[in-house]
Write a protein that binds this ligand. Structure first.
Ligand SMILES: Nc1ncnc2c1ncn2[C@@H]1O[C@H](COP(=O)(O)OP(=O)(O)OP(=O)(O)O)[C@@H](O)[C@H]1O
Length: 288
């Protein structure tokens, strides 16, 4: 089924200086999609995200939200449509976690305002959804990087926008919180939310995303279904790392390095496990 285009990125080129960072980048995102941007450090993911949010102006090209050029949408109106979870966020003022989450309600407020009971309830629900209600009264400057990341995701939820653009949202989260975040993304996507997120974990894309856009040297190297384009060849081309993409029973895929420190990795020769493989309790491997 053809998805209705929500965001269209058309022929974007950009450079901070004369050096080109993004070159003729085009794609469209459908409503309800989970799209992952993958690519090596410095390839231009954050820059592309900032252009999609209207925070940077491209040298060439345009970004459209529901057919309207985002340059013509006011920041408050845009914030009701798109929530941004940045890669790193510091605050020098010791707002409480609850204050930071309540800031998500500002796009709905007049110039002078007080938060209403409804705002408090929405912010409280967002904290609860991310399992961080216990942090509500803590100073944002005095919680861990991972807790700050969860707070920003709660703020994005409180913002009420149905599209999330997230720059490496799992970075800094412990393993359990990474999995809970992926779980939340899936649940929200089933409720009609759209996600565009960058990550350095191809597995996170394989586990939850519908689609991946691979970026190399500021240009799109591949764009398609994760199962089809997150392959050994493409990962080698992106990261110069030899990795096998293995399919476990069911549809789950995992990435396994071919070698670690010169030792042959498990993924070197995919095969069906037998009893002698007991240290690897991970079911039947079918080969990618
Ligand atoms: N404010 C800036 N001024 C000048 N150059 C910048 C600026 N921000 C980023 N760059 C450069 O633009 C290029 C793309 O950076 P960007 O942050 O978009 O990459 P990225 O793919 O998000 O990287 P990472 O995965 O490491 O976060 C890099 O070469 C970077 O050094």
């Amino acid at each position: 089924m053809e998805l209705k285009s929500l965001i269209e990125v058309e022929h974007i080129s950009f450079g901070y200086t004369r050096e080109i960072v993004l070159s003729d980048v085009s794609f469209a995102i459908g409503e309800g999609e989970i799209v992952t941007l993958l690519g090596p450090n410095g390839c231009g993911k954050s820059t592309l995200i900032k252009i999609m949010l209207g925070l940077l102006r491209p040298a060439n090209g345009d970004v459209f939200l529901n057919g309207r050029n985002i340059g013509q949408i006011g920041s408050r109106a845009l914030a009701r449509k798109i929530a941004y979870v940045p890669q790193i966020h510091r605050s020098s003022f010791p707002y409480t976690v609850m204050d930071v989450v309540l800031m998500g309600r500002i796009p709905y407020k007049p110039f002078f305002f007080r938060y209403s009971k409804t705002d408090q309830r929405i912010a409280g629900d967002a904290l609860e959804r991310l399992s961080i209600s216990h942090l509500a009264d803590r100073a944002y400057t005095e919680i861990s990087g991972g807790e700050r990341q969860l707070t920003l995701i709660a703020r994005a939820l409180a913002q009420g926008a149905k599209t999330f653009i997230m720059d490496e949202p799992a970075s800094g989260l412990d393993y359990g919180n990474q999995l809970r975040l992926l779980d939340q993304i899936i649940k929200l996507s089933r409720e009609g939310y759209t996600f565009i997120k960058s990550t350095h974990s191809p597995e996170h894309a394989l586990w939850i995303a519908d689609r991946a856009i691979l970026i190399k040297n500021g240009a799109i190297a591949a764009d398609g279904k994760c199962d089809e384009i997150i392959s050994s060849e493409n990962l080698f081309s992106l990261y110069n790392a030899r990795v096998n993409v293995l399919k476990l029973t069911g549809s789950l895929r995992v990435c396994v390095p071919q070698t670690i420190c010169g030792c042959a990795g498990f993924g070197h020769s995919p095969r069906v496990l037998d009893d002698s493989d007991s240290p690897l309790p991970c079911a039947v491997i079918q080969g990618a």
